[in-house]
Design a protein around this ligand. Structure first.
Ligand SMILES: O=C(O)CCC(=O)C(=O)O
Ligand SMILES: [Fe+2]
Length: 273
């Protein structure tokens, strides 16, 4: 992925969040399948969890029919976003190949999955965390894991992301122009627990706003994600239920999906995995 492309994408993202509220709010929607969805915690029309965050979610699948619905301002958002989405998918595919290899899954199976991932769901989540006068009273995003296989994240030079490791919150040192890869719930399920999705959260500060772009990738949204039959045996039984996007949406409708609660609900054997 060219650094220049990451920079340009960060710059249109920043540009979008600098637009007037009237301009941004044109893209508000409660429809989870909409090609574009803007939300802000400065208005209650957000995801249900109160966070100090503005977001713009751009659905990238299928790219050609989604991108004409994306914001027309900043003027180059669509063009840059489209180029970034394509490159992001390419990088995702390269990493998934390595993931398959690491799981000992054969080339044939890899090729089959590859075809599915080519048309897999892809969501670009642009986040803006404004400076907050009382940062200790809120979060940019509460602890959660992402629902897809992998999330490719780029961020500016302001600290904010923390990942949980051995029951401690570790602050990730931002490295601008680089891509950070997080494991999502679907990969934990598919790998039958060999990979673990990462619990993460975002804190805010009182002096600087922060921008990040999370790209979530998975299988096509109508497909079922299940533990690979090649990773189930006597030693390791099937540890997770099959799941699909519908199940995720239903879960979200009745509870919030923080703290890996969705994944927890998919476990067949409730031991400490
Ligand atoms: O801003 C970040 O570093 C993380 C954002 C995030 O976790 C998300 O959009 O799911
Ligand atoms: Fe996340």
């Amino acid at each position: 992925m060219p650094r220049e492309l990451i920079r340009r994408t960060m710059s249109v993202t920043k540009g979008f969040f600098e637009l007037s509220f009237d301009e941004r709010s044109k893209y508000m929607s409660n429809d989870i399948r909409s090609p574009v969805r803007y939300g802000t915690s400065f208005n209650q029309n957000n995801d249900g969890v109160f966070s100090w965050r503005d977001f713009l979610k751009l659905n990238c699948q299928p790219l050609n029919s989604c991108f004409p619905h994306w914001p027309s301002s900043p003027i180059d958002l669509r063009e840059v976003g489209m180029e970034y989405a394509k490159e992001n998918k390419r990088v995702f595919m390269v990493i998934m190949e390595a993931v398959f290899e690491s799981l000992g899954l054969g080339l044939g199976l890899g090729l089959e999955m590859k075809r599915e991932f080519e048309e897999g769901s892809q969501m670009m989540v642009m986040n803006c965390f404004p400076a907050c006068p009382e940062p200790e009273l809120t979060m940019g995003m509460p602890a959660h894991s992402d629902y897809g296989f992998l999330t490719l994240l780029v961020q500016d030079d302001v600290e904010g992301l923390q990942v949980q490791f051995e029951d401690e919150w570790i602050t990730v040192q931002p490295l601008p122009d680089s891509i950070l890869v997080n494991v999502g719930d679907h990969l934990e399920i598919f790998s039958n627990g060999k990979y673990k999705s990462v619990l993460h959260r975002v804190f805010v500060n009182s002096s600087k706003s922060r921008i990040s772009i999370a790209s979530l990738h998975s299988l096509p949204s109508e497909k079922v994600v299940s533990p690979s039959p090649f990773l189930i045996n006597e030693e390791t039984p099937k540890l997770y239920m099959d799941t699909d996007f519908e199940a995720f949406l239903n879960f979200m409708a009745i509870t919030d999906s923080t703290n890996k609660s969705f994944l927890q609900s998919r476990k067949l054997i409730h031991q400490n995995l």
